[in-house]
Design a protein around this ligand. Structure first.
Ligand code: HEC
Length: 308
């Protein structure tokens, strides 16, 4: 007995250790999980088999203890019990359906017959009446809850509550997705809130090099028609995000959130043509205001189509 136990125990331990092992083993965490689940299933199946075997063994023991005669007695008493139970069940069913047994049908026979066709005066089935009482109780409860005490919400209120919750979720989602913007998805906007936020970022972080009004100092003038790295909202976002470190323009990826970069990029777009005092001399190539901007290009294509 003992050696078998030891073998089983060690097998079991071997089977579950991988499930607890840290990453870095030969097998991935997922595979180990599967092995763990497999071990548990195997243990459960083994348990079932063991229980079945024990049950069988009990039967055999009972047979031996009772002997052939006892066994026969046991069987007949079982059959009698079964018949009794069946009768009780039929009785209960009859009660539920409010049916009289065939033998008592005479008492509910109605006194007329049509060409030998007779009719029984069966009452409404009990199950149906119970259902009916339940609907009455339900109606009273409903009336009290929804119309008298106002505990529950009627459809319209429920709708409004759900819509309010959804609006909240939507706002949270939008706030989150606003921070997921990158140089490919950034959009041109004239939203006053976004521009104001962009302006404060600009004053705080960029004005030192680009001038308080974007007229240019160490960094280039951001209000004129000349650009070194493109003037579409996407280009500007990219320049701010990654910087041009060899030329002295820092990267802002790690210091500003994507939303902040988008705001300040839009603020820069809004500065175009503002003609500040003491502008720095133009740098880069002259680009018309909307050139390179995807949204502007699309808008142009659309107007062209309308004109045609
Ligand atoms: C340390 C100085 C410095 C700071 C701070 C700075 N920049 Fe610049 N920036 C530069 C320089 C220098 C360039 C020119 C890079 C080049 O020559 O390629 C530049 C270029 C740019 C350009 C590209 C202009 C073009 O012509 O294509 C943009 C847009 C820009 N900066 C935006 C910003 C914004 C927004 C901030 C603040 C978040 C900022 N910069 C902060 C120095 C700075």
């Amino acid at each position: 007995m003992k050696p078998i136990r030891i073998i089983f125990l060690s097998l079991f331990v071997l089977a579950i250790t991988p499930a607890f092992a840290e990453d870095g083993g030969l097998l991935s965490g997922e595979t180990m999980n599967y092995i763990g689940y497999g071990a548990i299933m195997l243990a459960l199946i083994t348990l079932c088999i063991a229980m079945y075997v024990v049950l069988k063994a009990f039967r055999v023991v009972a047979q031996i203890l009772l002997g052939p005669e006892g066994l026969e007695k046991e069987k007949t008493s079982k059959v009698a019990l079964k018949a009794e139970r069946k009768a009780a069940r039929a009785d209960r069913l009859n009660k539920l359906l409010s049916l009289k047994p065939m033998s008592e049908e005479k008492s509910i026979l109605i006194e007329h017959d049509y060409d030998g066709i007779q009719e029984l005066d069966n009452p409404t089935p009990a199950w149906f009446m119970y259902l009916f009482y339940v609907t009455i109780a339900f109606a009273i409860g409903y009336l009290l809850i929804y119309h008298v005490f106002g505990v529950g919400q009627l459809q319209y209120d429920e709708y409004r509550t759900e819509m309010a919750a959804a609006a909240k979720e939507k706002a949270a989602f939008l706030a989150k997705s606003a921070d997921k913007v990158d140089e490919n998805t950034v959009k041109l906007t004239t939203d006053a809130g976004a521009l104001a936020a962009g302006k404060s970022v600009f004053q705080e972080r960029c004005a030192a090099c680009h001038g308080v009004n974007g007229q240019g100092m160490v960094g280039p003038n951001l209000t004129d028609d000349y650009w070194l790295h493109g003037n579409s909202i996407n280009d500007i976002f990219k320049t701010i995000k990654y910087g041009v470190q060899s030329k002295g323009m820092p990267t802002w990826e790690s210091q500003l959130t994507p939303k902040q970069i988008s705001d300040v990029a839009n603020f820069i777009k809004s500065l175009h043509g503002s003609n500040p005092a003491n502008p720095k001399e133009p740098q880069g190539t002259k680009i018309a205001e909307d050139n390179g901007s995807t949204s502007a290009k699309e808008a142009k294509a659309k107007t062209a189509m309308v004109v045609k």
